[in-house]
Design a protein around this ligand. Structure first.
Ligand code: FES
Length: 185
């Protein structure tokens, strides 16, 4: 005597198992891609050295080599390691700073003009900083020295430290043309 209900049950079970297997396979293949979407859309995120949320210290100069009279000195900033979604690069130039010695302390300023991002010059004959793009000028403490300057804020100061005779800077970029300093990353 045949048992039609059993064969129907077997068919249903096989169909269910097939569907479940396909579902799991699709989920496994899609999930890794979905996890990588944010990195794909914003490959160079974080601070550029792969440690999210932490701005690395960059070694800039020997403290004793800086001019005692407070004359600003320009230095390039090179990151030892920059990691994005696809690769890790070493010794990458990321910007430049002016360092000003003040007694046993230093001040550091991003070389980029806070107006629209041109490179700021140091005018030794005028004793100031000057941006040639739209004629903003700044004192050696970074403040806007000429009220006619279009820059909406002073030069962007950076965090510094002196360790074992060397000056270190936490290099950052900021949004241009705003009155307040807003970090870009
Ligand atoms: S970019 Fe410097 S004054 Fe405009």
């Amino acid at each position: 005597m045949s048992e039609p209900n059993d064969s129907t049950d077997d068919g249903d079970r096989r169909a269910f198992i097939t569907k479940a297997t396909v579902g799991v396979s699709v989920a496994c293949s899609v999930f890794p891609f979905a996890a990588g979407v944010p990195a794909f859309l914003d490959p160079v995120s974080g601070n550029g050295d792969g440690d999210a949320g932490e701005i690395p210290w960059s070694k800039v100069a020997s403290f004793s080599a800086l001019p005692e009279d407070g004359t600003p000195t320009r230095f390039g900033i090179v990151r030892e390691r920059v990691t994005d979604a696809w690769s890790t690069l070493t010794n990458v130039p990321v910007g430049a700073v002016y360092i000003v010695k003040q007694g046993d302390q230093v001040k550091a300023f991003n070389l980029k003009c806070p107006h629209l991002g041109c490179a700021i010059d140091h005018r030794s004959d005028q004793g100031d900083f000057f941006c040639p793009c739209h004629n903003s000028s700044f004192a050696f403490d970074g403040s806007v020295s000429n009220p006619a300057s279009p820059s909406p804020r002073g030069m962007d100061g950076l965090e510094t430290k002196i360790e074992n005779g060397f000056v270190y800077v936490r290099f950052q970029q900021f949004r241009p043309n705003l009155a307040e300093k807003v970090p870009l990353i």
